[in-house]
Every structure is written in structure tokens, then in C-alpha cells.
Design a protein around this ligand. Structure first.
Ligand SMILES: NC(=O)c1ccc[n+]([C@@H]2O[C@H](COP(=O)([O-])OP(=O)(O)OC[C@H]3O[C@@H](n4cnc5c(N)ncnc54)[C@H](O)[C@@H]3O)[C@@H](O)[C@H]2O)c1
Length: 384
């Protein structure tokens, strides 16, 4: 396998997992990280065992040993980082959301297509073996035509007024907080599993914690701040959302999204009901898939490669009974993307399923924009 050099901009919470995931592939060299200044870049590079450290993303994207640039910066930096990488003809793997608005995401999609490079967005839940199994079941017609596609993505890490993240500031996170941050994952996932696009939304958004106590020293996502020095700020973006959905095949749906829901750590789940059967998958019990039937006993399918649909089998890396998790699915996504790059495939060539592109990132941004527009208009049906 051809060796590829990886460079990562934004070595924070999720950046470390991008590095872990590509290291498992065996043919990717982690060449460099770039942070916001030389000292923090060196510190992060040493902690992650990465040889080169850059104090600016402009320097990293110019490094000839870097073939693929990963973008794991806060959302407001996605446009400049990705455009700089594309200007140097690098393949780009960006974390979600691709951009803070659909207009910006469109600019990135156009620039990536013009550059002729491979472009990807890490909608990592696609990489779960039982997600792929559910997708194959639906594609094979085992559920019959779907009439209801519903679920939730709930977390509790923003429940207290002292919890803060750059995600809550529209300047750094975007106009949407919870929907852009995690609702985007849910929408991509159910569209991927069902093969049906969301065409209309009706949204009711809420800011439960309207005043937050922001630490004066900046903190990375999910880091605990012991800092007693805080400033009081008014939050405008949503931390809770209820959204009704209409899909292109006429199926109805709904999703609840919230980051202020005590007890829910990473509570992503979806259920699909068709004329013959149903499926439900819960991220926190990701090694099981519930299959519901009317005229026969329901099943709980365990993640076991020997029981999975042929296309889903490659996403299970361990035998049955050996639990797989978030990081394994993340690695599966990287395997799909890097396998494509290493095989010298062109952007328009058929892609493996867990590989989401900037087209998907742009579509996702259009859904988020439509949800914001629906809410602003007083919760009215709004076309994506
Ligand atoms: N796919 C997922 O499940 C998932 C999970 C978490 C975050 N994310 C996404 O990943 C991105 C990063 O989120 P995070 O939670 O890791 O945030 P984070 O705050 O933990 O990390 C961001 C990093 O970027 C660095 N940074 C800031 N300015 C920079 C600059 N000018 N140049 C280089 N680096 C700079 C920060 O110092 C920090 O290390 C976001 O877009 C987020 O939506 C995705």
C-alpha cells in the first residue's frame, strides 16, 4: 500500500482521535500538527508523538510531506484552513460541521471540486457495523417502505451555567449550537441509513441556559475549568431543539436534540418503521440492533461479523462478544477515506459507504440553515 503523510490542524479533543485512527491503518505517517502558536503546537506534538509542530496552519499545508490535511479546528476556522489546504492541492478531511453556514459550505465544496482532490467530512457514526447492517436491511427491502424515521441526540455536558464551549458563541461556533454540533450527525446518519433525504423541516429551538459563566481563560471542548474567574454572557444559540421532518419518499420523522439533558452522555439513537419491520440503534449500546416485527418475535441482533450483512461485515474488526466502540467506528471511516486516496481514486469514483464528502457536508449545512429559518419564521415548514 502506498504510504501517505497526514497533517492535522487543531489538535484538541477530536484531533487526538483522528491521529489514533489513522495510526491504526498502518500505511499513514502522522507528519505534523499545527496549533495556534509555536509553543502549543510543540507541546501537542510531543504529547501525541508527532515529529513536526507548526504554529500556523499556513505552514502545515505548505509541507510537502503532508498529503492529507485534517481539519479539527473550532468551526469558525474551517473555511480558512480548508481553503489554504486546497490551494496547496492537498486532500482534505474535515470534521463536521463543514462550515458555519450553507453559503460557506458551498464555497468549500466548489473549491474542493475545482482543486480535484479527495474531500471528506467525518460523519463518524456511519462507521458502525450495525449502522451499516441496518442500511443494508433497508436497501434490501427487509423493512418495506419506511413511513416513520425518528430519534434523538441528547447530551448533558452543557447543563450547568458554568459549562462553556466556543460552540455557544455564534462568532466561533455558528448561529446554531446543538443542531449544528450534534443534530448534524443525526440527520446525516438517518439519511445515510435510509437513503432518503430530508426535504422539509419544522423547528422549535430553545435556549434553556440563557446566561452562562464563561471562563476567562480559554478551554478546549469537554475540559473542566477550575477557573474561578468568569464573565457572565447571554447565550443566543439553542441548546435544545425539537424538529419535525419530511423525507423525500413521503416518510415523516422527528428528532430531539439537546445538550442540557441530565444523564444523557452521548445519547444518539434512531428508529425506522416500515410496512414490514422496524430497526432501532442506540449509540450507547452500539453492539446491538433491535429489529421489531408484528407477526413474529422481535430480535436483538448482536454485532458479530458472521451474522452481519455482507457489506457490513468489513466494519466489524473483532469477533462477536468483543465490544466495539466509538473509536473503532471512527477508524472505519478513516479506512474508507484513506483506502480511496491510496488507491488513487478520483473524487467522482464510487466511494465506500462510511465516506462522506463535502457534498454531504454542504447538504448537512443546508438542513441546519433550514432548521434555523423555520424557527425564526415561527416554526413553519421550511424546504431544505
Ligand atoms: N466527529 C465528531 O464526533 C466530533 C467530536 C468533537 C468535535 N468535532 C468537531 O471537531 C472540531 C473541533 O472540536 P473539538 O471538540 O476537538 O474542539 P477543541 O476546542 O477541543 O479543539 C480545537 C483545537 O483547535 C486549536 N486551534 C484553535 N485555533 C487554532 C488555529 N488558529 N490554528 C490551529 N489550531 C487552532 C485549539 O487550540 C484546540 O486545540 C469542531 O468542528 C467540532 O464540531 C467532531
Amino acid at each position: 500500500m502506498k504510504r501517505l503523510g497526514m497533517g492535522l490542524v487543531g489538535p484538541g479533543f477530536v484531533g487526538a482521535h483522528h491521529i489514533d485512527a489513522v495510526r491504526r491503518l498502518g500505511f499513514v505517517d502522522v507528519v505534523a500538527v499545527a496549533a495556534s502558536n509555536d509553543a502549543s503546537a510543540r507541546r501537542k506534538a510531543d504529547a501525541l508523538g508527532v515529529p513536526k509542530a507548526y504554529g500556523s496552519f499556513e505552514a502545515l499545508v505548505a509541507d510537502p510531506d503532508v498529503h492529507v490535511v485534517h481539519n479539527t479546528t473550532p468551526n469558525y476556522l474551517h473555511v480558512p484552513v480548508i481553503l489554504a489546504a486546497l490551494a496547496h492541492g492537498k486532500h482534505v478531511i474535515s470534521d463536521k460541521p463543514l462550515a458555519m453556514t450553507a453559503a460557506d459550505a458551498r464555497v468549500l465544496l466548489d473549491a474542493a471540486q475545482k482543486a480535484g482532490v479527495v474531500h471528506a467530512v467525518t460523519f463518524n457514526y456511519r462507521g458502525n457495523p450495525l449502522v451499516q447492517h441496518a442500511r443494508e436491511m433497508i436497501a434490501a427491502g427487509e423493512l418495506g417502505p419506511l413511513h416513520f424515521i425518528h430519534g434523538a441526540y441528547l447530551q448533558d455536558w452543557l447543563l450547568e451555567a458554568t459549562d462553556f464551549s466556543w460552540r455557544l458563541d455564534p462568532e466561533t461556533g455558528g448561529a446554531s449550537s446543538a443542531v449544528g454540533d450534534i443534530g448534524s450527525h443525526w440527520c446525516d446518519l438517518v439519511e445515510h441509513v435510509t437513503g432518503q433525504r430530508i426535504v422539509e423541516v419544522l423547528a422549535d429551538l430553545t435556549t434553556v441556559i440563557e446566561t452562562r459563566l464563561k471562563p476567562l481563560a480559554s478551554t478546549e471542548a469537554f475540559a473542566q475549568s477550575g477557573d474561578a474567574h468568569r464573565e457572565s454572557i447571554r447565550v443566543k444559540s439553542e441548546d435544545l431543539a425539537s424538529v419535525l421532518l419530511r423525507f423525500e419518499n413521503g416518510a415523516k420523522g422527528s428528532v430531539s436534540v439537546g445538550q442540557v439533558c441530565a444523564g444523557h452522555k452521548n445519547g444518539l439513537w434512531f428508529e425506522m418503521n416500515g410496512s414490514r419491520a422496524s430497526v432501532r440503534w442506540q449509540q450507547e449500546q452500539q453492539n446491538e440492533l433491535w429489529i421489531g416485527r408484528r407477526g413474529a418475535a422481535n430480535d436483538m441482533l448482536a454485532k458479530d461479523p458472521s451474522l452481519l450483512a455482507p457489506g457490513a461485515r468489513a466494519y466489524a474488526r473483532l469477533p462477536g462478544g468483543h465490544q466495539e466502540g466509538w473509536a473503532d467506528a471512527f477508524c472505519n471511516v478513516m479506512r474508507d477515506i484513506y483506502g480511496f486516496i491510496a488507491a488513487d481514486k478520483k473524487p467522482g469514483d464510487p466511494r465506500p459507504p462510511a465516506f462522506a464528502t463535502f457534498e454531504d457536508g454542504y447538504h448537512s449545512a443546508c438542513i441546519v440553515d433550514a432548521i434555523l429559518a423555520s424557527h425564526r419564521a415561527g416554526a413553519v415548514w421550511t424546504r431544505v
